[in-house]
Design a protein around this ligand. Sequence first.
Ligand code: ADP
Ligand code: MG
Length: 699
Amino acid sequence: MLSYSPFHVHPKSGLPLTSLKGVGPKRAEAFEVKGISTIGDLLSFYPIRYQDRRRITPAAQVKDGEVVLMAGRIVRSGQRYLPGSGRKIFRAVVEDGSKRFELVWFNYRRGHLLSACARGRLISAFGKARVRQGLIQLVHPEIRAEWDSRGPAPEGIVPIYPRVEGVSQATLRGLIRQAWEMIGEDLRDPLPAHLLKRLGIPTLKDAVKEVHFPSHEVDLEKLMQFKAPCQRRISFGLILELMAWVLKKKMDKKRVRVRPLVIHPGTLKKFEQVLPFTLTQDQRRVLQKIAEDMTSSSPMNRLVQGDVGCGKTVVALGAAYMCAVNGRQAALMAPTQVLARQHYAYFSEILGHLNVNTVLITGLDPDSQKMLVEQRVLEGEARVIIGTHALIQDRIKFQDLRLVIIDEQQRFGVRQRRALEVKGNSPHVLVMTATPIPRTLALALYADMDVSVIREVPGYKREIKTLMIHERDKRIIHRMVKHTMEDGGQVMVVCPVIEDRQGLELKNVTRMYQGLIKLYSPRFRVGLVHGALPDHEKNQVMEQFRKGKLDLLVATTVVEVGIHAPGATMMVIEHPERFGLAQLHQLRGRVGRGGRQGVCVLVVGDATGKDGLRRLEDFARCHDGFQIAEQDLRLRGLGELTGLRQSGAGEIDLKILMGNMDLVAAAKEEIQGILEQDPDLSLPEHSWLKEIFQKGFRP
Ligand code: ADP
Ligand code: MG
């Protein structure tokens, strides 16, 4: 979402990466995946952390477990086979004048090591030391052969960047240095000097230099927390731009006039009458607010925040109904096929009683049906349109789209939201999210929105009993699973998928599935669902589970978003340490929805680690989504929390942004002050802000 590039001010910043030495089409592609395609992009690809290589540690002083830079002369080196296993090992013995130490590799390219570790050569090595009975080893160190006869020198503070496929850290650093040499010295800061001075932050040029090539004197601790002055400058740029964009949007929206909808007091009453339950106070209050918004002459822009299961769907449904009785159209966009279908089933049933036509648009419908539905949307016969992001295709045209509803907004980017909005003429916008967002962050991300919070959870007790059970007590888990199923309940077993090792992990769900089939089939019906299945198969399995035709579902996190299976009462989560807390909370919210007590078992093991255990214990005790989200934010940063799970640059931008949220207030004040005084930004001293408005933000 954030793809701020302050470097558009430099003519060369737009040059493609292939203009760097060492970047061909293949590497360019690997960078492209990370959203990096120009020299400017590369310079705004910031380090995630730093290594302290300012000092060479003599072997005699090294302690076990320390991460150190060591250096010396190769005494001897060579490879041999480990007896039995046939595994190769390459070892180099190094003498540094204080003591000898060893460098060890298990998987390696021999040619490279042979030349780097030739006898008599000077070498420096960085890695974690292992000290056993006086023997010092660095296993798989990062090495540098020293060609300079003066011997190895400390490398200073070395930045570590997010992984780019097929590009080593050393190569990355080299490329960034090249990019810097091309444009760095000429970088002009678009922000006025007096502003930088007031905030005590360096110019863009100095900041970018320091963040990529930190000086010896830098405060490493601050740097690691993304709070060094250089990072604050970058953060301020991001914040300023985000705020500028958001505030401008808010102002523009305020200026827009729309014809108010007419909503009679009886409308909501009539709606409530066809519901199978009575609305909670919170739901009623939010619906009232929405009615007020839509009967005013400026477009609504409201975010509804509420924990899993608080009943946001019915609020969306009510809003859609109010719009439809005015003869206008409402569209709801959901992040997954399954969720869209589920909403469709729910909406069409309730709205059917109210004589409102509802249709479903997903990418999967057969062509003939697709055209029919699209026709009904175009002609306005369909009043409520539910779909996935298929809704934003060019071919989908509305007759009179007045309300856009985005469900589980954290799954969509700003761009997708916009794409749906432009299909109407300044439509009302309602955004639903289960991810509670701390206030400071909401201020930055949603400054243009009015926020409603639903705290009350309807009906039955929703707290999911959460247990931690060690993997060696599998029997206990199996017994619980079996009891649950015998009792007529359904069980979900969730395994994590790690993106870069998807093949391996998929095998894990498959293996789990096969194991459980052996255990429970044919007495119980076992199903499997994961992201690599074609959509229609995924839907089919989920639908079966929803309808109670499966007793047990083995799944990856595809079940995380909004799935509503009333019969599911137990969830088993494998490797819970691999999930964010907010994500775990979403997951466990999938069970116990039908009125029966839900149980969630976190299967812990040696892989969980001490910190992991503590984190999970807190989680097991806590049932407040807001509190969990705050905790998550502290532990894992923003990406996890907002679901802005982006690769590469975006993630770091967010970390840098989050480290310096105190700047949000300063940015807001600055921009608002200027806009109040000079709304069109016509004064020359405000041209910088105008520039940011015009080019800075590329959602
Ligand atoms: P979420 O906020 O997570 O989207 P849903 O809208 O899916 O939650 O609602 C969860 C469940 O609660 C659904 O089964 C829904 O029918 C039910 N529900 C919603 N509002 C009420 C209410 N006022 N009384 C009883 N049940 C309700
Ligand atoms: Mg929902």
